[in-house]
Design a protein. Structure first.
Lengths: 286, 261, 286, 261
């Protein structure tokens, strides 16, 4: 049964040095506040998993929290490069990073297999592509009925998955709406999970019987962090700050401006500071 | 006739390649603009799908990311990402996939992974994302890229997604039944694979563009088809629609900018 | 793009003698009206696929329309046996029937694989069970990473899938709500599909962005048949007639009462007759 | 103390085996009644899951089928059947699965498929449904069946779902890490597998039941544990709750009957 705790407590109890950590959110509902809390608590040697690393993992890589990363698209969407990621891969700064690179289809299938407690996922993929030559975790499997050969990847089974969602009820049941990405699969594939939410409500009240819900007994910890997805967004709460994504390009391009930004906006900040972004943005929308 | 830029010509030429019956897997940037221009001009019933899970979306402004809220708000419905890649893309339901890339070779293979050796890259690019499976599972692929020597190269350092591989019947030999890249739309011209060799060949030149301009911007000795036509210039309507959506987009993303942290 | 047609037309155009036909609906939304139309049109030599055959397939088997059936649970839920199914298997009446029997997990995975255009499905199943000894379509596959051996079954790819749903819009986009079963997978796995609906509306208006929708371009034909799931039910429209399920036990127990029932209620009836059940039941609910 | 029937005793004994923290995969019939009696008495927060996809359901009347509307109306949420079997059952999230069957053997293997040879059955039963994978993927299995010679047999004609196989460590040898059947609740007594041999052994007899009554209703020479206790009789509360839900259920299904065709 999910415990409803502070974000600091959730990270302290559930994220350990050396863990394989998946933080998901496909553009939408990216758990930024949780990532910042991990930086503040000094978690290190993490193996990060995420389809689209984007700014969140640029920050974790830039502070040296990651020993490795499994991913399928490592850019700043619509803007360009992730400079901290590139600096780590191209110049080993601030430390070398081991990468395991896949396609989106492979990652999505691997999370799905993890949620389904299967050791691997089979799919029609990687045909004629070079990734299988550089990634030993891309194999193949033969259909026992037709003899067709399909691509195969190991299931993703994180030590801990962290996501952000719209709301939870007091039993820790979680509702996710809109672009739901691979969050449900990532949580169900993991040993432990943290969900940060915009709101905690008395009645979850999903709009459809078939809404995307994670029951409290399938989640480890729920933390109330309004605005916790900023500069990503929470459908129904506040929009994506495309402008911040554009601004990140300048901040992250240079090691010093990056480090200064982290000092000021992460190390000297608190989870509650995210509420300000949410409120501010919501006001503009209204 | 209004003046237009090469990029506008590229986007409009790409839009024209789409029809009302297409179910189109849309990438960000030029593909997104082209698909929405098609939707707002000659193909009002085209189905646009973004890999974030949004199906039948009709954005009023172009998304900056593949998963902007606008895409979900205007979609018929939104599915999970595993479902998107399993039931819809791998399921064989997409008629047309739109790709771009950092580099392309003469057989329309694309690189968006690395420049230099994979283990010690000179430039680490974002990677493949959906491209490897978009390239193999969609009925056909359109590619939009500006024609430059840096982009159109003799040999790719890394094949992120397969086009026609080594040319000829290479796709068939690998068991693929989809057509692969059938058109590459650049800012100067339109290329199509030769029916036999599958080498990209200029079939249409945009108004005012000369052959040596095209040849000078391509990293391999580019071939021209026996008959090369001139791409019809953008119509007034096409330009107005494109510029309107670009203006709305700029305004929306600019406005969002002001309140950002 | 889905064509909106009469049920008679939909069946004429899309169901052929000898076809592999999947009619799905897990207790909820079972396409009874479509089954009756197939009987009226005299379709024969069908290979029927369905997780829970229940009364619908008892009727098709009893009239001799089926050469075979693939299924995982062949009973009258909460009541007992399917007498026509038993008579066919035990006494070859009115004709012998070839059966291919699976577990629910196998069938659900096989539909899922069909929708995903995979040739087979792998799952943790059939351990210590006897079905693999009598069903050659149960095989195994070995994980290329861990060496684990999993059960495998071929994907289900019907010639035609038929389902019932709550509503469609005028473009043939379909909304399914409540107990959604394997209907989406069954439609996406099939070459052709027919959806009968309670209502055709101007705006589909799903309650959630993540509602279960089948877009018109993924469906072959949509037919407006109010009450078309009776004696099964349509969530939000009319409840299940548990009483009819109980009554079926008497009707089907005997070849003569069954044949008389079919003559009167199927052969001499029309799709529009189902509207009566729906209206009547709805009135009771209100 | 009120009088009670053997079936009521069976249902209530089964209900008592469940706790507040259980996530329970519920079958129709006796299991459904037992799970809901548990929910309405000592385990108000128990999570009930029906294989139709309904998760966290709290039916006011017992369903006739596994997919009655009542289950969805009162559920926390409802998923597709493939998701149910993949993410929730195979995912290892169910603590307790409830099964019944036409026949059981001394190692709690079940048959619900055929009597007689599979190809020419004397009686064709409904088949396994979810049972084969419920039996292997749930943390533990409870079985409820009336104790009769026809049901409790020396040898099954067909193993629909595995209990303890040939006994001993057979489950482990097949790679299973789940416990399998840990309790069989009948109308006369409660059986549990011997810790070593895994043979079902009487551990508790219902009030007023004698040993020879049990032995006489079992198709194999049934063993009794060293210590056999008496099952506590149903409490007033347990009986009231069970009879209430049965009465509501009868009324609901009866009412539905009147308007049926």
């Amino acid at each position: 049964m999910a415990r409803i705790v502070s974000l600091a407590e959730a990270v302290e109890e559930n994220v350990r040095d050396g863990d394989t950590v998946a933080m998901e959110g496909f553009t939408h509902l990216i758990p930024y506040a949780a990532g910042h809390e991990m930086i503040r608590q000094g978690r290190t040697d993490l193996f990060l998993v995420r389809m689209t690393p984007d700014i969140l993992y640029d920050q974790l890589i830039g502070v040296g929290a990651a020993r490795g990363m499994k991913f399928s698209w490592g850019g700043n969407p619509g803007v360009g490069s992730l400079h901290r990621f590139r600096d780590a891969v191209e110049n080993q700064w601030p430390r070398p990073i081991e990468i395991e690179e896949h396609s989106h289809a492979a990652m999505a299938n691997a999370y799905e297999a993890g949620a389904a407690n299967l050791p691997f996922a089979a799919f029609r993929g990687y045909i004629g592509a070079d990734l299988p030559k550089v990634n030993l975790n891309i194999g193949s499997v033969t259909c026992p009925f037709t003899g067709e050969v399909l691509a195969a990847v190991p299931a993703i089974r994180p030590d801990v998955t962290i996501i952000h969602a719209q709301r939870a009820d007091r039993k820790g049941n979680v509702l996710i709406e809109g672009i739901v990405g691979v969050q449900k699969e990532a949580v169900l594939a993991a040993r432990r999970s943290i969900v940060t939410v915009e709101e905690i409500v008395d009645e979850l009240d999903p709009p459809s019987p078939n809404s995307v819900v994670l029951p409290g007994w399938a989640v480890t910890a729920v933390a109330h962090v309004p605005g916790g997805a900023f500069p990503s967004y929470a459908h129904g709460y506040y929009p994506r700050s495309n402008a911040f994504y554009i601004r990140w390009d300048e901040i992250a391009r240079d090691r010093e401006t990056f480090t200064a930004w982290i000092r000021e906006n992460v190390l000297a900040a608190k989870p509650e500071d995210f509420a300000r972004h949410a409120a501010k943005t919501a006001a503009k929308v209204a | 006739m209004t003046d237009f830029t090469p990029t506008e010509m590229m986007t409009i030429a790409a839009a024209r390649a789409l029809s009302n019956d297409d179910v189109c897997f849309v990438g960000i940037g030029a593909p997104s603009a082209a698909c929405n221009v098609a939707r707002l001009t000659h193909a009002p019933d085209i189905t646009l799908i973004y890999e974030s899970g949004t199906i039948g979306t009709k954005p009023d402004v172009l998304p900056l990311s593949i998963g902007d809220g606008e895409l979900c708000d205007t979609a018929l419905f939104t599915v999970s990402v595993p479902e998107m890649f399993r039931y819809w893309l791998q399921g064989g339901r997409i008629t047309t996939g739109f790709l771009g890339g950092a580099q392309i070779d003469r057989f329309a293979n694309l690189n968006t992974t690395v420049v230099g050796p994979y283990d010690h890259p000179k430039v680490r690019l974002p990677g493949g994302g959906g491209a490897p499976e978009i390239a193999s599972n969609c009925g056909r692929i359109f590619i939009t890229m500006a024609l430059t020597k840096r982009g159109f190269v003799e040999r790719l350092p890394f094949v992120t997604s397969m086009g026609h591989g080594e040319g000829g019947n290479h796709r068939e030999r690998l068991g693929l039944s989809t057509s692969g890249p059938t058109r590459v739309i650049t800012d100067l011209c339109i290329l199509e694979p030769d029916p036999e060799t599958k080498e990209l060949t200029v079939v249409s030149m945009h108004p005012g563009i000369a052959r040596d301009q095209i040849a000078g911007n391509c990293g391999w000795p580019i071939k021209f088809a026996e008959t090369v036509i001139e791409t019809p210039a953008p119509t007034e309507t096409e330009l107005v629609v494109l510029r309107d959506i670009n203006a709305r987009t700029k305004k929306a993303h600019g406005a969002a900018g002001k309140e950002a942290a």
